[in-house]
Design a binder for this molecule. Structure first.
Ligand code: SAM
Length: 283
């Protein structure tokens, strides 16, 4: 292969390789190794600890699906919290909803936001909206301190390693429940159904114990391991499968539509099995 290639070792036996045009920026932040590179196929790409976070070419699959599914499930979302998400992609989608009065971004690493503003303006472009508040703090602590505050909470975290480990814990989900208003709901990115089956099953079981409504939905993200990605949703009142589409806002999107919203909850048998198997059974 000619030229310079970046390979992400996505599992011990699987790598995704992307041809690079150039490295735009590289630094060690207090939390992680951060790089922004220009790729041939997907445009600019953000890497944290050598793990692909987002690319300009395929970010919309992920950001639209993590934001519009919960926001359209809630009939009148006014306050939203994003944990992680320092690239700004989820915020950009949230502020498309006319009912939103305040969107709070809680990102642990200020350097992610600074670099997204500089190198990924297509993704970070919503961060200066007057409704957006950015706080550089740990999302786990933030949620611990909040009560009855948010209509929608979205966890756009890195993988469950380093500072993100606690964002996948049972205690965190209980605190999310408390931080939500009495009819609030929450969504978290919950990794690959192909490679993180046990994690997904444990999270779904936690959510089913904590929330009256717990659901799993899927999307495609071409640069994430396996290309198929999961989101876990916990809701106090509104069911994502019973949206009144006549009242939903008209959104300009590239992937998300009401039909795709509905279809994302149709789980293939191998994913259904993940939810039903016992822990000791092999995958
Ligand atoms: N969509 C991406 C993915 O799934 O690969 C995640 C993108 S976003 C850049 C993830 C962000 O979560 C990172 O910027 C990281 O600094 C932030 N993060 C990790 N742990 C956190 C925590 N405990 N509180 C707040 N932000 C956190």
């Amino acid at each position: 292969m000619q030229g310079i290639w970046f390979s992400e070792l996505q599992t011990p036996g699987l790598a995704l390789s992307i041809k690079l045009k150039k490295t735009l920026h590289h630094e060690k932040t207090p939390y992680q190794d951060l790089a922004v590179v220009e790729t041939e196929s997907y445009g600019r790409m953000l890497l944290l600890d050598n793990i692909i976070q987002t690319t300009v070419g395929d970010e919309f699959f992920y950001h639209e699906m993590i934001a519009h599914v919960p926001l359209n499930t809630h009939p009148n979302p006014r306050t939203a919290l994003v944990i992680g998400g320092g690239d700004g992609g989820v915020i950009r989608e949230i502020i498309k909803h006319p009912s939103i009065e305040k969107a709070t971004l809680v990102e642990i690493d200020a350097r992610v936001v600074a670099n997204a503003r500089e190198y990924l303006p297509e993704i970070a472009c919503g961060l200066d909206d007057a409704r957006v508040e950015i706080r550089f703090e740990d999302g786990i602590e933030h949620v611990r301190q909040m009560e009855n505050t948010y209509d929608v909470i979205i966890v756009d975290s890195t993988d469950p390693i380093g500072p993100a480990v606690g964002l996948f814990s049972t205690e965190f989900y209980r605190n999310v429940y408390r931080a939500l208003k009495p009819d609030g709901l929450f969504v978290a990115q919950t990794e690959s159904p192909l490679f993180n089956a046990r994690l997904i099953r444990r999270i779904q079981r936690d959510l089913a114990e904590i929330f009256p409504i717990a659901r799993l939905y899927l999307t495609t993200v071409p640069t994430y391991p396996g290309g198929l990605w999961s989101f876990s949703l916990g809701s106090k009142e509104y069911d994502p499968l019973e949206v009144d589409w006549k009242k939903a806002p008209q959104l300009v999107t590239r992937f998300y539509t009401p039909a795709i919203h509905q279809a994302a909850f149709a789980l293939p048998p191998f994913v259904q099995e993940i939810l039903e198997k016992r822990d000791e059974e092999e995958f």
